[in-house]
Design a protein around this ligand. Structure first.
Ligand code: ASP
Length: 621
């Protein structure tokens, strides 16, 4: 086939732009053949570019030559069309297309490039095999949904950039080739050619650099930064991902919160959602007590503490441990279960609880006993009033509540783990609440998108514990990265040195619909406190000096109080796009096994590269 040259031809419009107002105009369009329909003397080409699709008509009577070329054109050919806009005849308009009231009658058709038959057509909505999509990512990205996702991503990032710039933040780049940054994952390493046996680490985050920028007096920093973490990939993780990373001097926690609420409001506005600020704020303890998790999903009613309803006598009669919490929760609109379904549910719940020492209390059975019937009534009443309070924040919750009630009790005898972690019961019941909410999502519909602000339940979680107890190793581990400041009162009181379990961190998370969008903290700005934290993490002064000596030095030259946060941009865009995977909003993502299927990475290095890098592969058998 002979291909045409573009020459000096220029587009007058994009494929999504023409309307009846342009009826009669001469236009030039260029794009890909989305679909071709051959009706003999008439051939229709749907021409596609990023902006949309226009129907082009090739009429043998009007332009024989163009019609002939159109006979040769196939899906995904790249063509240019010179023609005239024509209003479609009554009844032939397509209300599903933005350009559906017009078509372009071609006078000339240029075949600019041909295309092999693609493994899947970008014109199809449903494409089953994700591996094929990732291998032929350039075709996948041609799909209107993907083009929409990346336009949205661009707009969100731009809105955030603009907002932060207006608030006095400077965008400053930090290095990719650096030293290890302790965020709790493995590093990706880059071998040095010049320094045999030495490695750069790719940053797990710009954490240390952004703190140094505060020491350098930049006052407010941000970066839409790539981070690299070599973790075992879960479904919603990528080895490299993008954070909205920021840091500021002299902040209170609230200063950080207001900035984040501001840029999220700007970002959500680009997707047509207006957010109400400030967001709800709760302490870590409250989050655990009410939701059993540090990232509460407030699209569902909170748990209800029924401990006081279970009097000592009732506990004794029902063989319930005296001093431990009894927790209940309600799943709206899910109570209509058949006897068999209900039995299956109870055994599912019991197997979820396993040998934890917790048990499901069958409230339905309480009803039949005069001794326990009032208790059943009380429980249902309490859960119902909890649900009614919740409804005020969840306008699309079912008014006809029909609550499926779950009450979980601690059996007699205390399993050891309750002694180490009294919050453990809340966590276990919280996990069950989420599990059942997922199971009955079709019934309560509380996860369904309504396209309004009500779909997005934000919360700040504050006052995290500074340390977590590792029962196996019998040590306290930092719950956050080691630059997080303990609460000032807990430094003053000496708890930092002698009562680690009670120390609160000035750390905060921002949570949306049960996922953590980001986390941050007020940082340590004093060398003595920083050294103590390293020490308490089991790092000797020697090791701290070796790994972070430069930073400890910097702390000695007038470090201002500072703090910041980082939020996952990929996740924010994913949520706004209504996508279910980060791969839908990352142009060239990796698979769950960290492979880029398009470029086929990772791949072996050549012998010469290995020699230059002073490396040798030893395959262990
Ligand atoms: N560096 C932290 C992270 O990547 C965020 C922060 O503390 O600002 O999670």
């Amino acid at each position: 086939m002979t291909l045409d040259f573009l020459g000096n031809l220029q587009r007058t419009h994009k494929c999504g732009e023409l309307r009846v107002e342009q009826d009669g105009q001469d236009v030039v369009l260029m794009g890909w053949v989305n679909r071709r329909r051959d009706h003999g003397n008439l051939i229709f080409l749907d021409l596609r570019d990023r902006t949309g699709i226009t129907q082009v008509v090739l009429d043998k009577e009007i332009s024989g030559e163009a019609h002939k070329k159109a006979e040769a054109a196939r899906s995904e050919y790249v063509v240019a069309v010179k023609g005239k806009v024509r209003r479609r005849e009554a009844g032939l308009a397509n209300p599903n297309m933005a350009t559906g009231e017009i078509e372009v009658v071609a006078q000339e058709l240029l075949l600019l490039n041909e295309a092999k038959t693609p493994p899947f057509s970008p014109a199809e909505d449903a494409i089953a095999n994700e591996e094929v999509r990732l291998k032929y990512r350039y075709l996948d990205l041609r799909r209107p949904q993907m083009q929409h996702n990346f336009e949205l991503r661009h707009k969100v990032a731009r809105a955030i950039r603009n907002y932060l710039s207006d608030e006095g933040f400077l965008e400053i780049e930090t290095p990719f080739m650096t030293r290890s940054t302790p965020e709790g994952a493995r590093d990706y390493l880059v071998p040095s050619r010049v320094h045999a046996g030495e490695f750069y680490a790719l940053p797990q985050s710009p954490q240390i650099f952004k703190q140094i920028l505060m020491i350098s007096g930049f006052d407010r920093y941000f970066q839409i930064a790539r981070c690299f973490r070599d973790e075992d990939l879960r479904a919603d993780r990528q080895p490299e991902f993008t954070q909205i990373d920021l840091e500021m001097t002299f902040p209170r926690q609230e200063t950080v919160f207001r900035v984040v609420e501001g840029f999220l409001t700007a970002a959500f506005k680009t997707a047509g959602i207006s957010l109400t600020t400030p967001f709800i704020q709760m302490t870590y303890d409250d989050a655990i007590r009410n939701y059993g998790i540090d990232k509460p999903d407030m699209r569902l009613p909170a748990m209800v503490d029924l401990s006081s309803e279970l009097t000592p006598e009732l506990r004794e009669a029902l063989k319930i441990e005296q001093n431990l919490p009894v927790l209940g929760f309600a799943i709206p609109n899910a109570a209509n279960l058949s006897g068999t379904q209900f039995k299956a549910l109870i055994s599912e719940v019991r197997s979820f609880l396993g040998d934890s020492g917790l048990d499901y209390l069958d409230t339905a059975r309480l009803k039949s006993s005069p001794q326990f019937a009032p208790l059943e009534e009380l429980i249902v009443q309490k859960l119902r009033s909890g649900y009614l309070a919740f409804l005020e924040t969840a306008p699309h919750g079912a008014k006809d509540d029909n609550l499926l009630v779950g009450v979980i009790t601690p059996k007699l005898g205390t399993p050891a783990k309750w002694n180490h972690d009294p919050q453990w019961i809340y966590k276990k019941v919280g996990a069950l609440r989420l599990e059942l909410a997922k199971k009955y999502a079709d019934k309560h519909k509380l996860f369904e998108q309504t396209g309004t602000e009500a779909d997005y339940k934000f919360a700040w979680v504050t006052d995290f514990p500074m340390y977590e107890w590792d029962e196996e190793a019998k040590v306290w581990n930092a719950a956050h990265h080691p630059f997080t400041s303990p609460h000032e009162d807990d430094i003053k009181s000496g708890a930092l040195f002698n009562d680690k379990g009670s120390v609160r961190a000035l750390a905060y998370d921002i949570v949306l619909n049960g996922t953590e969008l980001g986390s941050g903290s007020i940082r340590i700005h004093r060398k003595d406190v920083q050294a103590e934290i390293f020490r308490s993490l089991g790092m000797s002064d020697e090791e701290a000096k070796q790994r972070f000596g430069f930073f400890l030095d910097a702390l000695e030259y007038g470090t201002p109080p500072h703090g910041g946060i980082a939020l996952g941009l990929d996740r924010i865009v994913m949520i706004l796009a209504g996508a279910t995977s980060l791969r839908e909003v990352i142009a060239f993502p990796k698979t769950a096994r960290a492979i880029d299927l398009m470029v086929d990475a990772p791949s072996p290095a050549t012998d010469q590269q290995m020699r230059e890098l002073h490396l040798r592969t030893v395959v262990r058998t």
